[in-house]
Design a binder for this molecule. Structure first.
Ligand code: SF4
Length: 163
C-alpha cells in the first residue's frame, strides 16, 4: 500500500524527494503500486501516469534510462517506445534474452514540452533526478546489491547502463 506523503515534504536541505512515498519493501509489485502516489517533485502533474520499472525477479541485467518517453507515458510501461526498440535490437545483438532484463528509469514521470500537437522530451533537471532517486535505490535493493550510483544521483551514462 502506498505511503501517503505531503507534496511539499522536504529533507533537511529543503530539497523535494520521493523518500516519504517509498515503502520499506523489496517487493517490486508493492513499490510499483506505491509509486502511483508519489508527489516527490512536480513531474507527476503533467505526465499521464507513473512508469515504474519492469522485469523478472531473477533478472541478470538491469538497464536504467533517463526517463519515460511519450509512448511509455501513454502505455505506463518502460522501454516500449523507440528506446525500447533500440534496446531490443541491442539485446538481440548481444545475445541477451529480454526475459533476463529489468528495465527502469532514473525519473519515473515523463517530462515534456509541447511542440505543435506533439509532446517533446525535455531533459529532467538534476533536482528532479535526485528527488526520484529513492525509487531507483529501492529497485536496486529489490533486484540486487546495486551498482554504483553517482553521488549527484544521475545515471553514469546519458541513456542507460548495464549492471
Ligand atoms: S518523477 Fe519521481 S519523484 Fe517526481 S513525482 Fe514522479 S515518481 Fe515522484
Amino acid at each position: 500500500m502506498a505511503k501517503k506523503g505531503n507534496p511539499n515534504d522536504a529533507n533537511l536541505s529543503g530539497e523535494r524527494s520521493a523518500a516519504p512515498f517509498v515503502p520499506k519493501t523489496t517487493s517490486i509489485k508493492a513499490l510499483s503500486a506505491a509509486s502511483h502516489e508519489c508527489r516527490g517533485c512536480d513531474l507527476y502533474k503533467t505526465a499521464t501516469q507513473v512508469v515504474f520499472g519492469a522485469g523478472p525477479a531473477k533478472a541478470r541485467v538491469m538497464f536504467v534510462g533517463e526517463q519515460p518517453g511519450d509512448q511509455e507515458d501513454r502505455q505506463g510501461a518502460p522501454f516500449v517506445g523507440p528506446a525500447g526498440a533500440l534496446l531490443d535490437k541491442a539485446l538481440e545483438e548481444a545475445g541477451i534474452p529480454r526475459s533476463d532484463v529489468y528495465v527502469t528509469n532514473a525519473v519515473k514521470h515523463f517530462k515534456w514540452e509541447p511542440r505543435g500537437k506533439r509532446r517533446i522530451h525535455k531533459k529532467p533537471r538534476m533536482s528532479e533526478i535526485k528527488a526520484c532517486r529513492p525509487w531507483l535505490e529501492a529497485e536496486l535493493r529489490a533486484r540486487c546489491c546495486g551498482p554504483p550510483i553517482r553521488k549527484d544521483g544521475a545515471p553514469p551514462m546519458n541513456r542507460w547502463w548495464p549492471i
